[in-house]
Design a protein around this ligand. Structure first.
Ligand SMILES: N[C@@H](CCC(=O)N[C@@H](CS)C(=O)NCC(=O)O)C(=O)O
Length: 200
């Protein structure tokens, strides 16, 4: 398998954490790929031109990050990251959607901030940041519903909080989030989290 990724991409980090937790990282060739600079090569595999993109040994191409992680989870039984039980699966997938939504809003905020000031939409930035703040409040209320065993719920949430630290630290997400902070500080000690930390 080949994984097109960058070490600053939050969606790629989620996949890299998953590979480590599933002990599949030795089976992957990691290909650093900036989607804005290496668009031609990447689009040869994924017409959306986005990372992460996984290319299987038989040539099949897998995206986006939830689909990649769900596929990786089927490859062995080292932790069931996407539960097969319907209720457990719904809980995990909804957690993943909430965490990925925070990443979407954060990534949009970062990209918008890189536009020329005259083209930048402050209104959009405020809307995305409002979604992040409201989602964090919900997470603080529902952190106790996370499964006991590691799943895509925890991996996605930790990836999202890590991205807030990396790119939007000025939002100070920890304020008023004592339950979430306590959970995150513990989860962030995992080798998969430490090894995939974005560059300083
Ligand atoms: N929903 C996708 C989002 C992937 C995504 O937006 N990746 C960013 C990098 S972090 C990208 O490739 N951006 C290039 C672009 O927007 O053209 C996923 O979960 O994989």
């Amino acid at each position: 398998m080949k994984l097109f990724y960058t070490n600053t991409s939050p969606y790629s980090r989620k996949v890299r954490i998953t590979l480590l937790e599933k002990r599949l990282d030795g089976e992957v060739e990691y290909i650093l790929c900036n989607p804005f600079e290496d668009a031609v090569e990447l689009k040869g595999f994924n017409p959306l031109g986005k990372i992460p993109t996984l290319v299987l040994d038989d040539g099949r191409v897998v995206y986006d990050s939830p689909v990649i992680c769900e596929y990786l989870d089927t490859l062995n039984s080292n932790s069931e990251l996407v539960p097969s039980n319907t209720d457990a699966r719904l809980l995990v997938n909804t957690w993943q959607a909430l965490a990925d939504g925070i990443v979407d809003a954060s990534y949009n905020t970062v990209m918008e901030g890189r536009r020329d000031e005259s083209e930048r939409s402050q209104k959009s930035i405020e809307r995305w940041q409002g979604s992040i703040v409201d989602s964090l409040k919900q997470i603080e209320r529902q952190i106790g519903t996370l499964p006991d065993e590691i799943t895509m719920a925890q991996i996605s949430l930790a990836g999202a909080l890590g991205y807030l630290d990396f790119r939007l630290s000025y939002l100070e997400w920890r304020k008023g989030q004592s339950n979430t902070v306590a959970w995150y500080e513990e989860f962030a000690k995992r080798a998969s989290m430490v090894e995939t930390q974005p560059p300083v």
